[in-house]
Ligand binder design. Structure first.
Ligand code: CMP
Length: 142
């Protein structure tokens, strides 16, 4: 099934200058970029983005980390894009991730795991709506 999904290269990935290498992995896997920009996240966006984490003890730290620098927001499209991106990123904790995944190769720990990726088609739709207008997306090339 053709799908769209969102990746954020988080401030730790931005600081490490691995943006090009991370994007390269998605393009090599056959995914198409249909949206791409630097975004400064705000508390208002994060309250919605991470609504399911709002009661977790790490939520305040997570938010301040996500607002520390701009993030690279990317919408990727392709056949089975959500699972493909999930597999390329690896699990939340880089220490549980297999070599060759983005989080293992560039991440350190859960708070510094380089990338966010959509969990589901519903999450992708919500996340795209929070960060992109339709004029910023080019789905015709996917
Ligand atoms: P992600 O799955 O993209 O979205 C929630 C983020 O919270 C997660 O990545 C981690 O970077 C971050 N986080 C920080 N601490 C924890 C924790 N203890 N458990 C899960 N996620 C954590």
């Amino acid at each position: 099934m053709m799908e769209q999904t969102v990746v954020l290269i988080k401030p730790d990935g931005f600081a490490k200058k691995v943006v090009g290498q991370v994007i390269d992995r998605f393009e090599r896997a056959g995914l198409s970029i249909v949206g791409l920009k630097l975004v400064r996240l705000t508390q208002a966006i994060l309250d919605v983005w991470y609504a399911h984490h709002k009661d977790k003890p790490f939520f305040p730290e997570l938010c301040s980390q996500m607002m520390a620098t701009p993030v690279v927001a990317i919408v990727l499209a392709g056949e089975g894009a959500i699972q493909k991106v999930f597999d390329l990123c690896g699990p939340t904790d880089p220490q549980d991730a297999a070599p060759g995944t983005i989080r293992k190769d560039f991440g350190v720990d859960k708070p510094h795991n380089v990338v966010h990726r959509s969990d589901s088609a519903e999450a992708a739709e919500k996340e795209i709506g929070l960060l992109f207008t339709s004029a910023e997306l080019y789905p015709e090339r996917s």
